[in-house]
Design a protein around this ligand. Sequence first.
Ligand code: IYR
Length: 223
Amino acid sequence: MSHSEKFVPLDQYRRYEPEEMMARARDFYAEMRRRRTVRDFSDEPVPQEVIENCILTAGTAPNGANMQPWHFVVISDPALKRRIREAAEEEERAFYSGRAPEDWLEVLAPLGTNAEKPFLETAPYLIVVFAQSYGLDEAGRKVKHYYVQESVGIATGLLITAVHHAGLVSLTHTPSPMSFLNEICARPKQERPFLILVVGYPAENVEVPDISKKSLEEIATFL
Ligand code: IYR
């Protein structure tokens, strides 16, 4: 093989026998289907190192041209959490009392969501995920980014998986519009807020909606 870039052996890859592979896939599915989005958080603190490792996991995501077009702002400061809650609730009030079309509100009804977002203050961490529409090199010149939404979506999926694996719960929160997050998080204009991942322990005796996931037949076709 000849490459202009430096290549190294794939020495971290592990191959498993089919039996073990099947067990691993089954076990991981069992682990992941226990994940539930929670809207009621405990204020119990979480070691920052856990969050750091979850973000490092997110940063392993496959992404367009390895530009890694993301930035994660971790907020634990109560004053900043309050500002985010206030700004988000203002948008949500507009959403729930007029901006949202009837059919949207109808599908949200079983989830029990509303404009009140106390979890934005209660949870120990708000991870604000930003998508960088372009990068800047050392000289301040624009660097093109590719498949930004896809890349950041994949990274966020890994982040949610890592948080669950660590034994915490999360909520993907998407106030709309959320440009207020640039100012509060002091991020530049080429970074667009993607979502807020609320992270912590679940509140005691928390309940979750009685919903189910689609079957394999519904979500997959084998040709
Ligand atoms: N952003 C709103 C509305 C909302 C929209 C969807 I799609 C959801 O799955 C859940 C909520 C809110 O956070 O309440």
